[in-house]
Design a protein around this ligand. Structure first.
Ligand SMILES: [Zn+2]
Length: 144
């Protein structure tokens, strides 16, 4: 690639009702240079991720280019509308049910089988009564 400059270009953009300065178009989407992308409206996939969001099926609305000094080359990053982004892991009914089940299992003592109403340590999975009673079946072997 040559060091071609992208001229400033005022054009309508998806994130504003007024034309904004851009660096033209790149493969069908608006091209922005470092520093002119509105950080409150646009984000890269990685920035969305840091906010607990994902693009959610939307196409990138702009491409940001900047020079990566470490790699000494021009880098292009897709930018997405923050307003269109979705939470990374929506809590669906199925996920809710799976979570409830997992939590119920953590409250169920593996020795007496009761749901004791509190979360037991994952190492023992025993309620206080069972853990502290000496006469359980498996009680004898281990160093005590
Ligand atoms: Zn128990």
């Amino acid at each position: 690639m040559s060091g071609r400059r992208y001229p400033w270009d005022l054009r309508p953009v998806p994130w504003s009702d007024q034309p904004e300065f851009t660096r033209g178009m790149f493969e069908g989407v608006v091209l922005l240079s470092w520093g002119i992308a509105p950080r409150d409206k646009l984000a890269t996939r990685r920035q969305l991720r840091a906010m607990g969001l994902r693009p959610g099926g939307q196409d990138p609305v702009a491409v940001l280019y900047f020079r990566n000094r470490a790699a000494c080359k021009k880098v292009f990053a897709n930018l997405y509308l923050i307003s269109e982004a979705k939470p990374v892991r929506p809590m669906t009914a199925a996920r809710r049910a799976a979570l409830d089940k997992a939590l119920a299992a953590r409250r169920t003592c593996r020795t007496c089988g009761r749901d004791v109403g509190y979360y037991m340590p994952t190492s023992t999975r025993e309620c206080w009564e069972c853990e502290n009673s000496e006469d359980t079946e498996q009680g004898a072997g281990v160093a005590a």
